[in-house]
Design a protein around this ligand. Structure first.
Ligand SMILES: Nc1ncnc2c1ncn2[C@@H]1O[C@H](COP(=O)(O)OP(=O)(O)OP(=O)(O)O)[C@@H](O)[C@H]1O
Ligand SMILES: N[C@@H](CCO)C(=O)O
Length: 329
């Protein structure tokens, strides 16, 4: 659950006086999410989300995340708009934590997205990439290869407890990534965690994107690869080609991929699978049970890594007109 910090009603009502959001009518903690404490607020002017940032978000990154949400929302991306206080600030303090109020987005996240939903996600991701292109702030991806290496160094010795042979398998991947990771592809602001729990729909129509707390500068096609991993695999770990096709066609209807980006997709998808495997493995091995962080199963992403390793061409993800591309390693 994700309410790590309790907030008393009087304290919240006083805090809200600093913002143009009306008077507090009711509030409740939101169970979903793992990183921060979130509350749904009803006030005399509408509904809002209050987020208290817990220790897994670096406070120095907040101006980037909140500035980005504001930039994207102003450019028509359906994402939360941070509410500015009467004194012009966006980040306040509540219960000893940095605290922010953002606008509430209608919709529901999906447990079983269809190909139609995947197409919508592809379009929204491409629109986000275009809208972020003139965002003036930058943030390097803390979870690029160097960041993966740190997680791996901390987890490697116990990796075989989770899956026998995993240490050797991932060592070989690192050697390959450190030599062959694509360079020079189109890059800019990426969401970096656009999983189904971070996308809202009203019926088949996408109504909002949330959770920009991994957003950073990196390769656009890497963000596409993350969406293939997050949206196009079934519970039995098979890749759903119809969903892959839909997601990629949706993306390309807004921002066509270059031939180089297409050719790099198998490598990027493997890297993205490794990134999510590593954060999950690290938590699995280091975070005590019953603690604050919800653990997710790393083996789901080991299966994806293996799938991508066997891919010979991006056409196997559902891309039309792709040349044959041999992966090294
Ligand atoms: N702007 C919003 N409008 C409506 N609901 C929201 C909004 N922002 C967050 N929520 C709700 O709060 C939940 C948690 O939000 P979020 O995913 O940002 O939290 P988190 O702690 O950063 O989690 P994680 O990084 O693990 O996904 C969401 O699943 C959603 O139910
Ligand atoms: N989307 C991540 C969790 C962090 O947001 C995962 O599934 O591992």
């Amino acid at each position: 659950m994700a309410v790590y910090t309790d907030v008393a009603e009087g304290e919240l009502a006083a805090f809200l006086k600093q913002y143009p959001v009306g008077d507090l009518l009711s509030y409740k903690g939101i169970a979903e999410g793992t990183e921060n404490s979130n509350f749904l607020l009803h006030t005399s002017s509408g509904s809002y989300i209050l987020t208290l940032y817990e220790k897994r978000v670096d406070k120095a990154d907040l101006p980037f995340f909140l500035g980005l949400m504001g930039h994207l929302a102003n450019k028509g991306v359906s994402c939360p708009l941070p509410v500015t206080a009467h004194d012009g600030s966006v980040i306040g303090t509540l219960a000893g934590r940095p605290a922010v109020i953002i606008t509430f987005l209608e919709g529901l996240s999906l447990r079983r997205p269809t190909a139609t939903h995947c197409a919508e996600v592809g379009k929204a991701l491409a629109a986000l990439h275009l809208a972020g292109a003139d965002f003036p702030m930058t943030r390097p991806n803390a979870l690029a290869i160097d960041g993966w290496r740190k997680l791996w160094n901390a987890a490697r010795d116990r990796a075989d407890e989770v899956e026998p042979g995993l240490a050797a398998e991932v060592d070989a991947d690192f050697a390959d990534f450190e030599r062959n990771w694509p360079k020079g592809l189109p890059a800019g602001i990426i969401h970096a965690d656009l999983f189904p729990d971070n996308v809202f729909f009203l019926g088949e129509k996408l109504s909002g994107l949330i959770d920009f707390y991994f957003a950073c500068d990196d390769l656009y096609a890497y963000d596409v690869a993350t969406c293939l991993n997050a949206w196009c695999f079934e519970k039995d770990f098979s890749f759903n080609l119809t969903k892959g096709k839909a997601l990629l066609a949706g993306y390309q209807s807004v921002r066509p991929l270059s031939e180089e980006e297409k050719a790099a997709l198998p490598m990027l998808s493997r890297g993205s699978a490794l990134r999510f495997m590593l954060t999950r493995l690290y938590d699995w091995l280091t975070v005590p049970d019953g603690g604050l962080v919800m653990k997710r199963d790393p083996t789901e992403y080991i299966r994806r890594m293996r799938f991508h390793r066997a891919i010979k061409s991006a056409s196997e993800y559902g891309l039309a007109d792709v040349g044959h591309h041999e992966q090294t390693g």
